[in-house]
Design a protein around this ligand. Sequence first.
Ligand code: MG
Length: 387
Amino acid sequence: MQNLVIFGSTGSIGRSAIEVVSQFPEKFRIIGLSAKKNVTLLKEQAEAFKVPYLILEDKEQAEKLKQSLSYEAYVLSGDEGLKWLSELEEADLFLVGISGLKALIPTYYALKKGKRVALANKECIIAAGSLLKEIAKAFKGEIIPVDSEHSALFQLLKCEKKSYIKKLIITASGGPFFKWDLKDFDKVTPELALKHPTWQMGAKITIDSATLMNKGFEVLEAVELFDFPPQRIEVLVHPQSIVHSLIEMVDGSLFAHLSRPDMKIAIAYALSYPERWPLPYSPLNLKEVRELTFYEVDFEKFPCLRLAYEVASQGSPYPLILEAADEVVVEAFLKKRISFREIPYFLEKILNEFRFTFKPKERLEDYLYLYQQVISFSEEIIEREKR
Ligand code: MG
């Protein structure tokens, strides 16, 4: 029986994780849950599993939740709450499903306690990969990727010696506009961009999928997780989202990981690793899929991917800057302050104009501070140009 903590339990990853965990009541005990604002769902989850430790962002909300529970629980709030829960001695396994760089807090402290972290958040590994890897190494913590492509690569890389591998190939659904002409991109609205063809996810990541920024982040994530240079990581458009990643061997052979596009499979693998447990969901049926197609990425149509490769070669802190800028720029698009085509325009502008005064290295706070600086700077730039 493992004691499990889920950060971001009311988000799409968190909800899927709870579904997975419910299938294995003899394997896990949920001892901690954190949510940002969704008190109703957090309460429901807490009551269902009688979870002893709970975190909400807001202090007052946390107090109210504590009063309303039918059992005695320890309810904390804010960043201190996140830190406290991630240092919990009795926890064995952490699932980090929080979005944004905030995930750096629980990931860092859990690794520092030598724990295993099933990491569904890409922001923290992109922005502070070297810090997290150092901490994991020093304290014998472990990162198991949950992002579907990286879970696939993690599994594929187990099969072969690294020196036999030439390239990592990450697939991309291409998003809803893959087949559109560039000239029609002016007509893209948030409503259209929020309709992802194969995955059900939060708003930010769905927009990132439409611009292929998400794929760019996944390249950066793979650079950090697997220590491959960006030149040896390729993106391949594959609209069916059945093949999640491939590795190309030095002899030209390709190994691929295939499954239905369902995050529960990757979550279950990360939680059961190094074991593999039978899942009650229907397996991939290739006779039903029938066709798997692959296309090259058009970098002109999707300049966000180019920006990601650029910051990958520049190294830290450029990936962090791109990521923070993207948070502000996507928010501005969702609020209809900027157009779809202006997303890469603003990202590039921020990358070019932001001047950092220091490079974060060993201190967690420095990463969070620089991130905040980029956020403010990005807001100013949009404000200035869109006045
Ligand atoms: Mg992914």
